[in-house]
Design a binder for this molecule. Sequence first.
Ligand code: FE
Ligand code: FE
Length: 283
Amino acid sequence: MSSAEANPLANLEQWDDFVKDRYDPGKPKESFRHYDEKTPPVVREFYRLNHQNQTREFVLQKKNEYTGKRRGPMGIWEAMEYLNTLVDDSDPDTNLSQIEHNLQAAEAIRRDGHPRWFVLTGLIHDLGKLLCLYGEPQWAVVGDTFPVGCAYSDKIVFPEFFEKNPDFHNSTYQTKLGVYEEGCGLSNVDLSWGHDEYLYHVMKDYLPEPALYMIRYHSFYSAHREGDYQYLMNDHDREMFAWVRTFNPYDLYSKGDERVDTAKLRPYYEDLIAEYIPAKIDW
Ligand code: FE
Ligand code: FE
C-alpha cells in the first residue's frame, strides 16, 4: 500500500473535526445518523481503512510492540515540540499547531477551576499521536476506538466498513461478548490501537486514575457518548467514565477558543508537568 493510500487525511485534525461536527451541540438529534453525505471523502476512506485493518491480531501485535516503551527517554515539552513537527498539509493560517490545540484544551479546563492533574491531562492527552511520526498509518493512530474480539456496536460510525475486517468473519469474535466475560472490566478488553492506548501505557505510573481513564478512553465514543458496551464494563469503569465524559467537551469544543501565547504559558505548564512527571520518561 502506498503512503497516500495508507494516509488519506491531509492531517489528523480532519478526523477530530469530523467528530466535533458529529457531536455539534447545535445539531438536531435526528441528524446524528445522517453524517454520511456530508462527510469528506478522505474521512470516509480513513474509516474504511481503520475498520478493515484493526483486527484483534493487529491490536495485540501493536501492544506488544509499543507497551515495552523501547523508543527511549523524552521529556513532555520535548514530546510536544516533536509532535509539532507533524505538519499540516492544509492552510497554515486556519490550522493551529498541535501545541496550541493542546494548550487551548488545558486552558479551558484551568479556567473552569478543575484540579491541576486535570489541566495537565488536557495538555498531554493527544501526545500518543507521536505514533504517526514513528511511521504508523493514520488509521492506527486516530479514529473512534472500539473493542476487538467481540461484536461491533452499531453505534460506531460507518459500521458497514467492518464487513471487510477479517474478524467480522470469525464467529467466536462476533458474539456479543466474544472473547470476554460479562462485566469483566475494560482493563481486560482490547480496544482498537491508537493514540489513546499508547499514551496510557506511557503515563500509567504518573497520573491519578481519572486522568488515565480520560487518556485511555477519550476516543471510545460508542461507550462514553453513546452508552454502549455496558456489558464489558464493571462498576468501577462506570464510575470513572463520568470523568471521561467531563473531559470530552474540552477536547471537542475548546479548539475555537482564542489563540494562546505559547511562550507566555510555558513556565506555568513546565511547573505543572514537573509536579507529576519526571524530566524524562520512556516512550
Ligand atoms: Fe485524541
Ligand atoms: Fe484531542
